[in-house]
Design a protein around this ligand. Structure first.
Ligand code: SF4
Length: 443
């Protein structure tokens, strides 16, 4: 493509790193390229345009992003190599230094990526830095939906950015301030997804729980959820992650009364020690968190609560880690993601004293992962002998005639079935729990 235009259909290959929001945006980018006559191909195939949608949440994200950029340049030196995403937004200079990069696009301009690519091709020089100041973005940028029919679960982005500035987190610098999507636009997209056969809608964002607060008219996440749960044909509505402070009484009320609201919330705890929480700038205490969990369990019986925890935050002593361990055990989470703290340049905690040595972080992480597995098994075992509703997603790889899917409580269940039941809600009697998965038979 750098070597001149061609009459044959142009191709685009996209590789995505990082979180669900990035994946949703990559699908939207693919859709925009398709609308402009491009054909998406696999990333290891020759393509006219390579897009690397990067992540910067840890140093590993940066490193992986750089490796992928080099791989794209090597696969097809004549192609246009475009780098976007969080690493591109926070470190455009580093990205532009990699030989072969043609264009860098920030997180706030992903919706203009096709135009920027065409401009770069026409100018036939470069590299071009199209990254703009993310703090000047005031509105949510609409992107098209990739609503292939026949799918089962759809993730839709309802907001962008975060105003919280937790001490360890680079995301507000990569994504900018909170910008919520207009409710009408979300409702229309969900209606379209339902019409295309999707049974489950997952609301996602960078700080989903803060949805609507930037409208400053009383709108909040519960306002949106109330509108969505009423839509005819919607079978399940799930929230991807909600901060403890954002779970209001209104949200609990709609979650407990609407049948389609999945009995599952992912609520990041990050630490079970109040001093660490304060130093992380998390703005809640373990007392608040525990009260919230007990209210949720009272109002939504059987609810699955999953969480994220960071170990080895600067200043976390052995006793503080022990507090976290005990608190997590008390909370009886049904799933726990454990992260080892990794300093990010530009965040407050990167300069905090008393950084925890790597082997100690490793030890704490292993101990907590083990607890997470035990708690997950305890929760899952409670469903053995019961009948649960499963959204059949796909045939199990390597096991023809076996299907798997998720319960509303986010448990994966495998069961035999001869026909094609993709996208159907089926009742499965659970008979066994083995190696992190439930097994059963259709009722
Ligand atoms: S709430 Fe905290 S951890 Fe989450 S994106 Fe915002 S700053 Fe980062």
């Amino acid at each position: 493509m750098k070597n001149g235009g061609t009459k044959v259909q142009k191709t685009v290959a996209i590789h995505t790193l990082g979180c669900k929001v990035n994946q949703v945006e990559s699908s939207a980018i693919a859709e925009m390229f398709k609308e402009n006559g491009y054909r998406p191909v696999d990333f290891d195939q020759p393509a006219d345009v390579y897009i690397i949608n990067t992540c910067t949440v840890t140093h590993l994200g940066d490193r992986k992003s750089r490796q992928l950029i080099r791989r794209a340049v090597k696969t097809n030196p004549g192609a246009l190599v475009v780098v976007t995403g969080c690493y591109a937004q926070t470190s455009p200079g580093e990205v532009l230094e990699i030989p072969g990069v043609d264009l860098v696009v920030g997180t706030g301009d992903k919706n203009k990526i096709v135009k920027l690519v065409e401009q770069a091709v026409n100018k036939n020089a470069g590299p071009f830095n199209a990254v703009t100041d993310i703090f000047k973005q005031n509105n949510f940028q609409e992107m098209p939906t990739a609503a292939d029919s026949g799918k089962t679960r759809a993730f839709i982005k309802v907001q962008e950015g975060c105003n919280n500035y937790c001490a360890y987190c680079i995301i507000p610098y990569a994504r900018g301030p909170l910008r919520s999507r207009q409710p009408e636009s979300i409702v229309n997209e969900v209606k379209k997804l339902i019409a295309n056969g999707f049974k489950e809608i997952v609301l996602t964002g960078i700080h989903t729980g803060a949805y609507g607060l930037d409208f400053k008219d009383g709108t909040e996440l519960s306002t949106l959820v109330k509108q969505l749960v009423r839509l005819p044909g919607l079978k399940r509505l799930r929230l991807s992650s909600v901060e403890p402070n954002d779970i209001t009484e209104e949200l609990i009320a709609v979650a407990s009364s609407a049948e389609v609201f999945c009995r599952h919330l992912h609520i990041p705890l990050q630490s079970g020690d109040d001093d660490v929480l304060k130093s992380m700038r998390r703005r809640y205490t373990t007392g608040h968190f525990a009260g919230l969990i007990s209210r949720l369990r009272e109002r939504i019986p059987g609810i699955a609560i999953t969480t994220d925890v960071i170990v080895g935050f600067p200043g976390e002593t052995e006793q503080m880690f022990e507090n976290t361990y005990q608190f997590c055990r008390e909370m009886a989470f049904s799933g726990m993601h454990v992260f080892k703290y990794s300093p990010r340049k530009g965040t407050a905690a990167a300069d905090f004293p008393h950084q925890v040595p790597a082997p100690e972080k490793e030890r704490r992480s292993k101990k907590l992962i083990q607890l997470g597995a035990e708690m997950a098994a305890d929760y899952a075992l409670k469903t053995v002998g019961k009948t649960v509703e499963v959204l059949a997603e796909q045939q199990v790889e390597g096991s023809p005639g076996h299907w798997e899917g998720l319960t509303d409580t986010y448990l994966r269940v495998e069961f035999p079935c001869a026909g094609n039941i993709r996208g159907r809600l089926v009742n499965v009697q659970v008979t066994e729990f083995r190696q992190g998965k439930l097994y059963g038979k259709i009722n």
